[in-house]
Design a protein around this ligand. Structure first.
Ligand SMILES: [Zn+2]
Length: 344
């Protein structure tokens, strides 16, 4: 990486370094070498995340962004047309989340204040949250901070998010002749699972999905195996508990149930986001408090005790070939970060 002439230049350089989830080593190495060359304190934690630190006054203000992107084939070449950045090669741009990586790193390059700022660069956000799950929290000198990882206008604050459960129900039986064994035990299990899915889909403030259905048998044979898997998302903690009770109620001799809580929902109180709102309003940005069923590193890190707030970064159409971000928004993010640090 060369010393950037602007945040757009830095963004362009970062996007050109391939970092699809699972292939983040090159971008980490480039940022590590660059930080060393610029005299910025930088370490890899035991989980593999990169942490850059400047300033001495504690507690530190945290900035977090993920370096990985969803898959693409060709090298990402950023082009600017009338102030809008897109990928010349007609695939994702990588603004999710390199827009934030660029804005935060560009801010850090020019920063020489006393307030300590720690930039935490995570990996695997698009797949299994490997970075945020394994982040060594003992290396962090503060608990509060900001993330710009939502493809919404700058001014958006993700205030309320849902809990996400992944669920799996597996039914097994002694197979048999489907015309002679009656009632058919697998049909009975199938109906029970269907009733639970129907009940979960009716729970308030929730989204239920059946993503995978598998069975193994020929016609005329009672299936020895059925597997159902999906997700359940809810803004409502009561619904999230009820869904788990419903699923667990299926467990028995023939049926096993596995539920993984991938992320606990959270709600950000007004007092926690007050200074962020002041900063956004000082840039004449309309503050929009948003509900989101999406899952991000912020879920994982908040459930681990960090008070991070996820904000809009101005990008649009992320994860698609139309992904774009305005130069103006990249530049605005840098000045917003400057003010957040100055008023911390
Ligand atoms: Zn993202």
């Amino acid at each position: 990486m060369n010393y950037p002439t602007s945040v757009t230049d830095l963004f362009t350089q970062l996007c050109a370094i391939r970092s699809v989830s699972g292939e983040e080593q090159q971008v980490y190495q480039e940022i590590l070498d660059f930080a060393h060359a610029q005299g910025i304190e930088v370490i890899r934690d035991t989980g593999g995340n990169l942490i850059l630190t400047k300033g001495t006054k504690l507690p530190a203000l945290l900035l977090n962004a993920h370096v990985d992107t969803v898959p693409h084939i060709k090298t990402i070449e950023v082009q600017e047309v009338a102030g809008l950045l897109t990928n010349k090669n007609g695939e994702i741009l990588g603004a999710d989340n390199k827009a934030a990586v660029a804005a935060m790193l560009f801010f850090l390059l020019g920063y020489d204040g006393e307030q300590q700022v720690q930039l935490v660069l995570t990996y695997g956000e698009e797949t299994d949250f490997g970075g945020s799950t394994s982040l060594d929290l003992t290396l962090l000198n503060g608990k509060q901070g900001y993330v710009f990882d939502t493809a919404q206008p700058i001014g958006t604050i993700v205030q309320h998010t849902g809990t996400l459960l992944e669920w799996e129900v597996v039914c097994t039986s002694m197979s048999g002749h489907s015309g002679l064994t009656y009632p058919n035990p697998m049909v009975q299990q199938f109906v029970k699972v269907g009733e639970v899915v129907a009940a979960m889909a009716q729970l308030p403030d929730s989204r239920c999905n059946v993503a995978q259905l598998q069975s193994e048998a020929a016609l005329n044979v009672i299936s020895p195996y059925m597997r159902f898997a999906g997700e359940f998302r809810s803004m409502n903690p009561v619904s999230a508990h009820k869904a788990q009770d419903l699923l667990n109620g299926l467990a028995g001799d023939m049926t096993t149930v596995k539920i993984t809580v991938c992320g606990e929902g959270y709600f950000i109180e007004e007092s926690e986001s007050a200074s962020l709102c002041d900063v956004l309003e000082s840039f004449n940005k309309r503050v929009v408090l948003q509900q989101s069923y999406g899952l991000s590193d912020v879920h994982v890190l908040r459930s681990r005790g960090l008070k991070l707030i996820n904000c809009g970064n101005g990008a649009r159409f992320t994860h698609s070939a139309n992904e774009q971000i305005a130069v103006e928004d990249l530049e605005l993010m840098v000045t917003i970060i400057e003010r957040l640090v100055a008023t911390f």
